[in-house]
Design a binder for this molecule. Structure first.
Ligand code: FAD
Length: 441
């Protein structure tokens, strides 16, 4: 007999009440399983006008030797370096669904500050390796070569970074937002993450904070300086004519055409944006809304210019352009005076070239990665210890590679030698960095 299966029969077959939901999702077996987070009765409660979060035990999502939080240029370099140094178990955790941080998600495509005095290339090692690999990828990089500032394609770079972390067997967890540190006395022994799986902890022997914003070291109670700075939003426009049409007699060429990218006709358009607080969610929201309107209108205006009628907005960056937010109070602080005077740092772990048109080169001491008081955690990337003026110079991509690379090696060495990261033998770190093709002068 040809028996027709009604929706009610089907739901009953799965042990699900037909009244349980109007949507198709309710028909999935297990769709009515209680949320493991809710099971612990952890919802915040309104008590006497205050919101109280009950105390609860957190599940451990994962255990690792070295936990790197944030997958920008610094985080990816740190994770690869740590793996390559001793083969330690390394876990790289990122709040978004891709690797690369501002370099990819922020569409900050041009790499500046690779060269120091006499055009010596100071960014080598893992950073250089990434760019070299991009030359092998279709439309991966343009303007790559000695003395130049190359521009990458964000999608090609995301791909290359995935290839590299997979090859080196780094554990990667995406869509996990680091919201707290796990501490044991003065030692950091992991971090707490929020994700679709709920609030969970990852335990680690050493943590590297490469969030750009120092989210983990701040949560661990390391001291820092809170800096408001320019926050923009980068975009890409397409169909930009090349060579540029000649402007009518007496008119200037249009503004907002940005810089070249590896894709013909596509250009990346930077935006400085107003000074604002990157740690204030209302500000971040306000800026996103304003910047998106501004970019759209700017492109519309460009389209009114003769010769540019076919230009269109390809994309706005998925990540807001935060340049600076927290700067660590480190064992050493990079100062402009020292950098300008070329004061030698015996514990230097690399250099940054200048990108503002001078011939300076900046040494970076290991102490700038180490918090003054909190243990077992290193900072890497734009949130290391530097005075504001100096931080503006070393926040660009190449020095973020340099500090990420060094943090990864130092974390691995500390585990191998059974010491705290603040007590690591810097001479050993420098030796390994050289072996891994980093530039140390
Ligand atoms: C608008 C703009 C223009 C710039 N122009 C240039 C330029 O022309 N050339 C140049 O070389 N540099 C430029 N920079 C600077 C450079 O892009 C960044 O400073 C550099 O990418 C910083 O690298 P990072 O790895 O330290 O941090 P980021 O690139 O910021 O990466 C941090 C990563 O951590 C993740 N993260 C953050 N918080 C958490 C959390 N709590 N939990 C989990 N993950 C988290 C982020 O999603 C991100 O992936 C520019 C920056 C901006 C914003």
């Amino acid at each position: 007999m040809n028996r027709r299966i009604s929706r009610r029969n089907l739901l009953q077959a799965f042990g699900v009440s037909a009244l349980s939901g109007a949507g198709g999702l309710a028909a999935f077996p297990g769709a009515l399983r209680a949320d493991p987070v809710r099971q612990r009765d952890s919802a915040a409660r309104l008590v006497d006008g205050k919101i109280i979060q009950p105390q609860r035990e957190l599940p451990v999502l994962h255990e690792t030797d070295i936990l790197v939080v944030g997958s920008g240029p610094a985080g990816v370099a740190a994770a690869l370096a740590a793996r390559r140094t001793t083969g330690a178990k390394v876990t790289l955790v990122e709040r978004y669904g891709h690797l690369g941080g501002q370099w990819t998600g922020g569409l900050v495509l041009i790499v500046v500050g690779m060269y120091g005095k006499s055009r010596v290339q100071m960014t080598r090692g893992i950073g250089e390796e990434m760019m070299r690999r991009l030359t092998k990828v279709h439309r991966g990089i343009v303007n790559y070569g000695p003395g130049r500032n190359p521009t990458v394609d964000a999608e090609a770079l995301k791909y290359v970074m995935v290839e590299m972390v997979v090859e080196d067997e780094v554990d990667v967890l995406l869509h996990c937002w680091g919201v707290d540190a796990v501490t044991d006395g003065s030692k950091v022994c992991g971090a707490v993450f929020e994700s679709k799986s709920g609030r969970q902890a990852i335990l680690a022997k050493v943590v590297i904070d490469a969030t750009g914003d120092g989210d983990v070291y701040a949560a661990a109670n390391a001291a820092y300086e809170h800096i408001p700075y320019h926050i923009g939003l980068v975009s890409r426009i397409g169909n930009v004519p090349h060579p540029p049409p000649k402007p009518p007699e007496g008119a200037k060429p249009p503004r907002g055409l940005g810089g070249i990218t590896p894709i013909e006709g596509a250009r990346w358009v930077n935006m400085q944006g107003p000074t604002s607080d990157a740690l204030d969610v209302r500000e971040l929201s306000r800026l996103e809304l304003n910047h998106r309107r501004q970019i759209w209108r700017q492109v519309e205006r460009l389209r009114e210019t003769p010769g540019y009628e076919d230009v269109y907005l390809m994309e706005t960056a998925p990540q807001l352009g935060v340049r600076m937010s927290r700067l660590l109070d480190g064992v050493k602080q990079l100062t402009y005076k020292d950098a300008q005077a070329g004061t030698p740092y015996p514990d230097r772990i690399g250099y940054s070239g200048d990108w503002t048109g001078t011939d300076y080169e900046w040494q970076i001491p290991y102490g700038a990665l180490v918090p003054r008081k909190v243990d077992n955690i290193l900072a890497a990337g734009r949130c290391i210890s530097a005075e504001r003026r100096m931080a503006d110079l070393i926040r660009v991509i190449p020095p973020c590679f340099v500090t990420g690379h060094a943090a990864g090696v130092a974390a691995a060495v500390s585990l191998q030698d059974g010491c705290l990261v603040r007590d690591v033998e810097v001479a050993k770190v420098r030796k390994i960095l050289k072996e891994q093709d980093a530039y140390l002068g």
